[in-house]
Design a protein around this ligand. Structure first.
Ligand code: 5GP
Ligand code: MG
Ligand code: MG
Length: 187
């Protein structure tokens, strides 16, 4: 298949992902059970769309789901400046526990911006559930709000990955696994 032919190496298969996502959902289910009001899971569009969909199916609790969009990258593989919220929440999160569902924490700039935004809207706690984490590239340390926790799927080596929501110029998001493209495709 043409899409698969562009991949040099698979980092996490569909099976790896589904196992890890259900583990994360069980942790969230355990951690939020005593909470009186259902947590709000906020998916960061577009990258987190598959992760959010898979995650919520395995959370055995009442939850709210919403989306937010933030622009931080152009079509290439490098950041092009300060992130900006371009599509905001529909739900009122005042006094609610929010779980921000992200595709990846890279420099940490997007996450810091989003956490500050959710805090300013009155969330009583902000947790982060990120599918991947690239700690080697961190430029900004983010701080959770209230009793918020940090959940992460996998630690990612310093490669630019595609698939399972991750794009290059908006393509490859629909691959069911995460991989690295052949080097000539990044040029
Ligand atoms: P940060 O603000 O933490 O530097 O960047 C976060 C955003 O950068 C992610 O939400 C994602 O859109 C993009 N990003 C960072 N690393 C990768 C990667 O390896 N592959 C893809 N496709 N996007 C990435
Ligand atoms: Mg993201
Ligand atoms: Mg992108």
């Amino acid at each position: 298949m043409a899409l698969d032919d562009d991949i040099e190496r698979v980092l996490w298969t569909e099976q790896d992902i589904s196992k890890r996502v259900s583990e994360l959902a069980s942790q969230i289910t355990d951690d939020f059970t005593p909470s009186s009001s259902p947590p709000v899971l906020v998916g960061v569009a577009t990258g987190a769309f598959l992760f959010l969909a898979d995650l919520v199916k395995h959370i055995k609790l009442p939850i709210f789901v919403d989306f937010i969009r933030v622009e931080s990258y152009g079509s290439g593989t490098q950041s092009n400046g300060a992130p900006k919220i371009s599509f905001d929440l529909k739900l009122d999160i005042q006094g609610k526990h929010v779980i921000l569902v992200e595709d990846i924490v890279d420099t940490g700039r997007t996450l810091s911006c989003l956490i500050a935004h959710l805090e300013s809207k009155g969330a009583s706690s902000v947790s982060v559930c990120s599918f991947l984490d690239k700690p080697a590239r961190r430029k900004v340390q983010f701080e959770l709000v209230g009793k918020g926790k940090f959940y992460r799927g996998f630690e990612c080596p310093d490669y630019f990955v595609v698939g399972y929501g991750f794009d290059l110029a908006e393509l490859y998001r629909n691959l069911p696994y995460v991989g690295v493209l052949k080097p000539e495709l990044y040029l």
